[in-house]
Write a new protein. Structure first.
Lengths: 141, 108
């Protein structure tokens, strides 16, 4: 293949565009899979090992009570797959944690799945899902 | 904004080795950074991004918080009490402010 002047210019323009586009694009929130992979270090979590307690129907998405419980876990990440940013919060349990459980109140933009990923005692990861129906969304829209 | 005041519920005493339930709340608007004001400008994010609880310097629980946690973030968890001592609770604001609350617990 012979490299013409036109080819060389096109390649140059392409290279410039390639470097510009990722830098110029707004930094999007990570997707659900990316958020889980960042927590597990790429490992695929197995089902179970963690329990989510949540209402089946939430009247008000601004404050939905959620409880997670994963016996022996060192940390639990809570996610909501229908929110603009799926991450909700991550609990880390220290040596004086009485039980590997925690309860909080979260915002849900619409009806969606709440997920909990736990780093279990043996180093593997467990995941649980629970659908919560939301009557009024919680993102101030 | 009204002054930010943490509230913590810890029993006054416990027996050694007992597991107790702790409830914490701090009044904070937890502005998510997703909302817009009346002229269409995004209201900048301002949340409590971290909460931690220690007992006599040992970690009980810490939480990395994202904007999906409700306003006036509430946490309930359990702690093991090996001896008499003091709980220290800290909340870290996006603006760098750290709110702190301490609670003592006796054995008996």
């Amino acid at each position: 293949m012979q490299l013409t002047r036109r080819d060389a210019l096109m390649m140059g323009a392409g290279a410039v565009a390639a470097t510009l586009i990722p830098a110029g694009a707004p930094r999007a929130a990570p997707t659900l899979d990316e958020a889980i992979a960042a927590f597990t270090g790429g490992a695929t979590p197995g089902e179970g090992g963690v329990t989510i307690t949540a209402p089946e129907i939430a009247e008000n998405g601004n404050t939905v009570p959620i409880e997670v419980d994963a016996p022996g876990a060192s940390s639990i990440m809570l996610l909501a797959d229908g929110n603009p940013n799926p991450a909700v919060c991550t609990f880390h349990f220290g040596p004086l944690a009485g039980a590997q459980m925690a309860a909080t109140r979260i915002r849900l933009a619409r009806t969606q799945n709440v997920l909990a990923v736990a780093r279990l005692a043996d180093g593997s990861y467990g995941i649980a899902r629970r659908e919560v129906k939301v009557t009024i969304g919680g993102c101030g829209g | 904004m009204s002054s930010i005041k943490p509230r913590v519920k810890v029993p006054k005493s416990a027996s050694a080795g007992e597991v107790i339930t702790i409830k914490t709340l701090i009044n904070h608007q937890m502005e998510s950074g997703q909302r817009k004001d009346s002229s269409g400008n995004v209201i900048p994010r301002k949340i409590i991004n971290r909460f931690a609880c220690t007992f006599n310097g040992q970690e009980v629980i810490s939480v990395d918080i994202d904007p999906a946690v409700s306003a006036n973030p509430y946490f309930e968890f359990q702690a093991k009490i090996p001896e008499a001592g003091e709980f220290v609770f800290t909340w870290v604001d996006d603006d760098g402010t750290v709110y702190e609350e301490r609670k003592e617990i006796a054995i008996g």
